[in-house]
Ligand binder design. Sequence first.
Ligand code: ACO
Length: 333
Amino acid sequence: MNSPDGFGIRIAGVGSAVPEKVLTNADFEKMVDTTDEWIVQRTGIRERRVVDPEREGTFTLACDALRGALEDAKLAASDLDLIILGTVTGEMTCPSVACRVADALGAAPAGAFDVGAACCGFVYSINIADSLIRCGRYRTIGVIGADTMSTITDYTDRTLSILFGDAAGAVVVARDDDPSLGCLYQTMQADAALWESLYIPRREQDIPDHDRDNPIRLGCLRMRGREIFKFAVVKMREVIEEALEATGLSACQISRFICHQSNLRIIDSTRQKLGLPPEKFYINIDTHGNSSAGSVGLCFDQLWRAGEVKRGDYVMFVAIGGGLTWSTSVWKL
Ligand code: ACO
């Protein structure tokens, strides 16, 4: 499975960052009409991390995650040619969060831009990085998925608010002489006919008809959870099967499936339909909730640091999110 380009791509370093503050299900029992039992049964979530908005945000988490990945790679920010950052919770529309990260870490004149693909932000970004290195124009790219969903969550909405946490995950990917390393297969797809299932309205006129009579907080996430659930349960299995077929790898050869953590039942149902044991699918939704673009990179960093995935392993990144978007990326590490 050697690259036709004569070179490969190495994941040179991995990092992540989460805020210190923990919001438990018991905290939610005091805020909305819910119970720990309902949340655990329906989602698998027990607690999640949230930023202190006075001193933290998507920008600070992204900086910390990429700093960690650069340290792990033993590279300096000045070695980066580009920073690509998936997020839907950037503090400012302009400049991009990626530009501010580049400035804070000293990466100039590296190019920098944000990718808006919701929960697929990290997987879309690593796929773009892979393609840009493959085309020969860039050698070393910082990839970040970072979101602070707590900053766009309506904490009076009990169905939505219990799901989300804040996190960032990052990798440094670099051109490598070993042609067997790198991304073997990737997809980035979307069906925007389903956008109304998950959106963040900024203006009254953007609210879709089905939500017009509901009390909407502009700037806060709106979600039709049951619709997304049904879509994600089918789509996650489909895209994993497609990726296995396209790469010729068996599920046993994949060291870990690293899936976006949106609901434990979505991941468990996918795994069971594929007939795979629990240890094949990494889970941290119990302690971190759904951190949107932060989740896949955070999972990967936890596995990497624990030595549960290592050089030579195959891993598959999978995400489904707002848009609706979905994305896969199969790597030999
Ligand atoms: N506590 C107690 N009861 C609740 C709560 C709560 N926190 N939230 C909803 N309920 C009630 C509802 O009011 C409803 O009551 P009713 O039957 O009397 O009307 C009942 O529980 C069932 O509600 P559903 O919405 O059908 O519950 P469901 O089992 O679908 O679980 C959930 C809801 C957890 C949101 C689920 O649909 C889900 O996880 N969907 C996917 C969400 C997702 O992945 N979103 C993000 C994807 S994109 C991204 O990550 C940015």
